[in-house]
Ligand binder design. Structure first.
Ligand code: CO
Length: 154
C-alpha cells in the first residue's frame, strides 16, 4: 500500500467529473487500500479518488470505527437538511458552512461489482455527500463564502 499525494485546489482534476468503474479487479482493491492509507496519513475522515489525481468514481469514508468504500455512488433518496461547517484536504485552512441532506439513501457497487443500497444519516451522511461532490467536480467553496482560519503563531 502507498500513501498518495493529495492534490489541492485549483488543480483542474478537482473540477473533473469522474468516470464510472467498470472493471472490478485487484487493481480496484489496491486503489481503495491506497485511498484508506492516504486518508489516514492526512488525518482525513473521507477521501475521493480525484483528490489523489484519479478521475474515477470511488470514495472512502473513515469515521470513528466505520470504514467503507463507495464505488459509483449516487443518491437515490434524501430527506431533511442540516448545515455543517466543513473542511477539505484539498482546501487546507478553509471552512465553509454547507447545507446537506440529513438522511440519504445511496446506491453503489461493491468491490465485486454487486449492486448495494445503504442509508446514511447525520454526520456520516454529511461526509458521504462531501466526498460524492468530489466525484462530480464540486467543492465546498461552491456553497458559500469561505472562512479562512489563520494558524496562530507562537
Ligand atoms: Co473534500
Amino acid at each position: 500500500m502507498t500513501v498518495r499525494k493529495v492534490v489541492e485546489y485549483p488543480d483542474p482534476i478537482l473540477r473533473t467529473i469522474s468516470s464510472k468503474i467498470t472493471v472490478f479487479d485487484d487493481q480496484l482493491q489496491f486503489l481503495i487500500d491506497d485511498m484508506f492509507e492516504t486518508m489516514d496519513a492526512y488525518n482525513g475522515i473521507g477521501l475521493a479518488a480525484p483528490q489523489i489525481g484519479l478521475s474515477k468514481s470511488v470514495l472512502v469514508v473513515g469515521y470513528k470505527k466505520l470504514r467503507f468504500p463507495l464505488i459509483n455512488p449516487r443518491i437515490v433518496e434524501s430527506h431533511g437538511f442540516s448545515i455543517n461547517q466543513e473542511g477539505c484536504l484539498s482546501l487546507p485552512s478553509i471552512h465553509v458552512d454547507v447545507e446537506r441532506k440529513d438522511k440519504i439513501k445511496v446506491a453503489s457497487k461493491t468491490v465485486n461489482g454487486d449492486d448495494i443500497e445503504q442509508e446514511f444519516s447525520g454526520f456520516l451522511a454529511v461526509i458521504v455527500q462531501h466526498e460524492l461532490d468530489h466525484l462530480n467536480g464540486k467543492l465546498i467553496i461552491d456553497y458559500g463564502t469561505p472562512k479562512v482560519s489563520l494558524k496562530e503563531v507562537d
